[in-house]
Design a protein around this ligand. Sequence first.
Ligand code: C2E
Ligand code: CA
Ligand code: CA
Length: 572
Amino acid sequence: MDVQFRLPPYLAGAWREHPAVATRSVMARTTGFFYLTGGSSITIGTLLMGSEVRHPGWVLAIALVSVLTGVTVLATQGRMPRSMVHALTLSGTGLIAAQVVLGGGGVASIVLSTAYLYVMVVAAFLPIRTALVHVLTAQVAAAWAMIASGISPGAVVVLGACALSVTVVLGWLGRLSDIAEQDPLTQLTNRRGFDRRLESAVREAGTARGGLALILLDVDLFRSLNDRRGHRYGDQLLIGCAEAWRSLVPESSCLSRYGGDEFAILLPGCRLGHAADLADRLRAATPPHLTVSVGVAAWEPGDSGSILMSRADVALYQAKSAGRDRTVAHGDPGRSASELESAVAARELFAAFQPIVKLSTRETIGFESLVRWQSPRRGLVMPDAFIPEAERTGAIHSLGAWLVDEVCREAVAGPGPRCSIGINVSPAELASSEYAPMVLDRMAAHSTPGNLLVLEVTEGAFDEEDAQVVKTLCTLREHGILVAIDDFGAGYSSLRRLDTLPIDILKVDGALVQAIGERDDAPILAAIAAMARALNLRLVAERVETEHQAAVLASLGYDLAQGFLFGRPEPR
Ligand code: C2E
Ligand code: CA
Ligand code: CA
């Protein structure tokens, strides 16, 4: 339900939004700081008050828990979800109530109850609707605890009123500072506020989940409408757009009037395809007789705010020069990202599993997962036809996360004895700091041990000498996951780095196996086998199609193999 009464400009939006100063990390650090200082001052105070505190042991125990919580929260440097601030505020309310009761009434309880000020200060920087919940809970808990421990209702009223006025004044000051970042016409964030949020979103994009996207919207032919029908009419159009779009953008996003007739939307946790879909919905909701041109871009590792902005700008320019009234996603003119991301969501993708066997016994020791797309429009699509596009547009992140979930489930729930399953990973996934946490999260969700997963990585992933790629692989190897170099020998293999990279297995490229032909010697395959032995790496020969190839490989010392001779990729 939305409230309809009219608030002053600096309070508009305050019902649902935080003041600009209260970023996720500021709120987390403030809460951590309060826990730490509150806990330590109560520890010292309780020791000094001696017998005035009825149950000093319990009060000290709670204070110690607070100190430890504060230290832990501060150590995360604000990298925790907003919901944690609510949980910490509510538990703070509970802990303080317990301490007031354990104080046993009198001065000790009154002193301990002053800690409610911390809760009331945090509440001042929350959206009004959640602040009300915290303020009410704190006031009720405080009143109950003080009256239960015998403090006079008069004291309760004075303390409660003081705390409440602190919340109101701090909250008002916080909102007042927002005026500098608000557009007076539409009451959206202005360019200055948007740029500040963009910079902090880019800083967090490396650590947050799910990416970051930016939408730029430009009202078509606004200048001529404004000139022909007057500025007042133009103003009404801009207000109309802001009102039509406000309810369509997600709560975590920032809708801004970037300047003149240009609007910008910052979408944390959003990929290119979904952002482009949202842009289409915004265009559809534009007030009658107006059209807008839209440019969309997604953040890529290494991007600054201004690079992201300029990519969205290029896309906007393309949308305008292609005839306006359209959405262009940067780097994805065919909009395949939204098609693929929707395919993942609509469960049109499935994994096929191809066996990997021991050459000597033909026993299956593992599988490789290979993705396929059953598209209602295009029929069965093989990975070579959509993986390169997914890599280019960033849809690979949604696809990869879906596959990891699928494989983690299959590895423990599938029929037969537990076998390892290979997952093909694109360089862009490894270059993202979100990849390792995502895999660990999926493993935990399905209770999948790391040694059942093998990441298949092509040598190209190491070309850029990206420290994050190596970090991702090292983190996952620490959890027992094995790393294979895929298609080894297909490109220019950098032998120098093989003994320093975090790898366990070489998957030898099928082209080398196919070249065995009728000859019985295969000097390159022999050399690779010798090298793998020296480096203590396991070997898998790929694309083995004939018994002759299998025999030659076995004679060269190859232990494991994969190919149509032993089994095709099959869905389960
Ligand atoms: P890859 O990793 O080299 O996968 C092996 C490919 O060789 C598979 O093709 C498989 O069907 C095919 N193959 C297996 N045995 C034989 C054989 O005996 N003879 C011949 N001629 N081919 C054989 P597929 O499934 O079309 O996959 C193609 C490529 O697409 C894969 O090459 C891999 O690089 C990529 N890919 C597949 N699934 C994924 C995925 O989920 N994520 C990513 N990033 N890439 C994937
Ligand atoms: Ca592979
Ligand atoms: Ca391969």
